[in-house]
Design a protein around this ligand. Structure first.
Ligand code: KIV
Length: 305
């Protein structure tokens, strides 16, 4: 049974829930355990992800592909990230909620980056922000951090640069490629980021980066040497259809489960098996005036009365 309230600061049967903080995430580099991060884009998914004990929930610009069906993340706007952020923040009682800075919301100048990060915090209810890039955006990250907003970096494959890269390709190959990623990560650490996502790099390169910086690295397609891992929720839950990246381990096949449930629903509606008597309200009696509650015991979120 659950309630429909924001669980920030709320109690569970086991006691009060405390939020995962930026200092705690930093400390995991030396203290462990490894950081578990996942994306979520709405209240219902975020509540389940939070309940499962995921440390950070990312409202990624991957929502362009996952939620909007776009071929890449480039059209996603700051307003869209904020809209999804507010929904996710309402659900996250424990997990730290982090928002992606979308394409062209920070690249123009450090000033633009600070303004956009401020909007993500004020309008999206985010607790920190993530931006793609290394040395080129280090000054932008520094200015955001100075303004009081924690920043996570993102190096290796940077999906916002898909056109320059010629596709979503593994990065950091060759000694110069690897050295560039290490330089990018070090520049971000010097700028004050609290963690760095390493996307689609060979495991030995991720190991070098993880050893070179004092902040946690969070890998996606970067092997086991990182201080944490991140996956897109629909990939790890087996809801994605078509081509999936090699690193996206499927912990469930919810896509098949959903299709199966929907097929049974369609079939029962067509046969008349649904709704049964147990899904209907009491028969109307002329002498009764009180109204029966729409829900009994449990508050069902999203039900239209
Ligand atoms: O947008 C996103 O979901 C991301 C993760 C894949 C790290 O940036």
């Amino acid at each position: 049974m659950y309630s429909n309230t924001n669980s920030r600061g709320a109690s569970t049967p086991a006691g009060p829930v405390s939020k995962v903080t930026v200092p705690e995430i930093r400390a995991r580099k030396t203290r462990g355990p490894a950081i578990a991060m996942a994306t979520a884009y709405d209240f219902t998914m975020a509540r389940l992800v939070d309940e499962a004990g995921v440390d950070l929930i990312l409202v990624g610009d991957s929502l362009g592909m996952v939620v909007q069906g776009l071929p890449n993340t480039l059209p996603v706007t700051l307003e869209e990230i904020c809209y999804h952020g507010r929904a996710v923040a309402r659900a996250a009682g424990r997990a730290h909620v982090l928002g992606d800075m979308p394409f062209m919301s920070y690249q123009v100048s450090p000033m633009q980056a600070v303004e956009s990060a401020g909007r993500l915090v004020k309008e999206g209810a985010f607790e920190s922000v993530k931006l793609e890039g290394g040395e080129d955006v280090a000054e932008h990250a520094r200015r955001i951090v100075r303004a009081g907003v924690p920043v996570m970096g993102h190096v290796g494959l940077q999906p916002q640069s898909v056109h320059s890269l010629g596709g979503f390709k593994v990065q950091g190959r060759g000694s110069e490629g690897a050295a560039k990623i290490v330089r990018d990560a070090v520049a971000l650490e010097e700028a004050g980021v609290y963690a760095i996502v390493l996307e689609a790099v060979p495991p030995d390169v991720a190991e070098q980066v993880t050893a070179a910086v004092g902040v946690p690295t969070i890998g996606i397609g970067a092997g086991a040497a990182c201080d944490g891992q991140v996956l897109v929720c629909t990939d790890l839950l087996g809801m994605s259809r078509g081509h999936a990246p090699r690193f996206a381990k499927r912990y469930a096949e919810l896509g098949d489960t959903i299709v199966d449930a929907m097929q049974r629903y369609v079939s029962e509606v067509q046969s008349g098996a649904f709704p049964g008597a147990e899904h209907a309200y009491k028969e109307n009696r002329p002498d009764e005036s009180g109204s029966q509650r729409v829900t009994e015991g449990v508050r069902v979120v999203g039900l239209r009365h």
